[in-house]
Design a protein around this ligand. Structure first.
Ligand SMILES: *Cc1c(COP(=O)(O)O)cnc(C)c1O
Length: 230
């Protein structure tokens, strides 16, 4: 059986190789290990291998897991990225453990974050999520509406916009969607020159995403192994 350690090491090696091949420094690409459906003990094991940055997509699972991990490994701090669709009524809870939110996709969510950030006098990093499909029920903002949402996001005290996030569509060549995300990123940087980050690429396509400009890859099953329905 292939161990968690060897899967993690292989992904790390591939991330580093793809980063070098694209002419960038290793520090320019962040591997966010997505641990959804896996227990806190898996996160603790990855922390023992030196990893610190993890992602989750559901608050009801992420919050207790973040607390459990802090108890299992009190001497080293994990940082949590929230990558799933975020309901406004969960914003306060997510802010209690997450350092970054990859799924900013609408004005009402920004409004709630503004309220909660100001009440707690706290800070969070954010990515504006793009919806590259024709399905409005998928998370994310249409590329045409990116500028409007970015303007609103820039006004939220305590929210620092790092860049854009995209999930490649299931039935398209990821190159097409990654290229669209990179164009949207260039548009965003006209408004917010420091918002240079691009969160794209998952287990099936993270090397391609890095070649095309990703600064954050969200890799789950290639490291943690298969998961049940989620
Ligand atoms: C689950 C998930 C991932 C990781 O998917 P894998 O294919 O397991 O690597 C990345 N991003 C988001 C938003 C996810 O929900």
């Amino acid at each position: 059986m292939i161990s968690l350690e060897s899967r993690y090491q292989e992904v790390l090696d591939r991330v580093n190789a793809a980063t070098k091949a694209s002419g960038r420094e290793l520090t320019e690409v962040e591997l966010v290990v997505i641990t959804k459906t896996h227990p806190a003990s898996v996160v603790a094991e990855l922390m023992d291998l030196g990893h610190r940055v993890f992602g989750e997509n559901k608050d009801q699972e992420a919050k207790p897991k973040a607390l459990a991990v802090a108890e299992l490994r009190p001497e080293s701090k994990a940082s949590w990225h929230f990558v799933g669709q975020l309901q406004s009524n969960k914003a306060k809870s997510v802010l209690s453990y997450a350092t970054a939110i990859h799924s900013l996709d609408r004005a009402s969510l920004l409004k709630e974050l503004a309220k909660q950030l100001s009440a707690a006098d706290s800070q969070v990093s954010g990515f504006i999520e793009l919806n590259l499909t024709d399905d409005p029920n998928r998370g994310g903002v249409a590329p045409e509406s990116l500028a409007m949402l970015a303007d609103k996001a820039a006004e939220v005290d305590g929210l620092s916009i790092l860049g854009v996030m995209a999930v490649a569509g299931l039935d398209v060549d990821p190159r097409v969607d990654f290229a669209r995300a990179m164009r949207a990123s260039a548009e965003l940087q006209k408004l917010l020159p420091t918002a240079t980050a691009v969160s794209m690429g998952m287990s099936a396509d993270y090397e391609l995403a890095i070649e095309m400009g990703a600064t954050h890859v969200r890799v789950g099953s290639a490291i943690t192994g298969p998961r049940g329905n989620n």
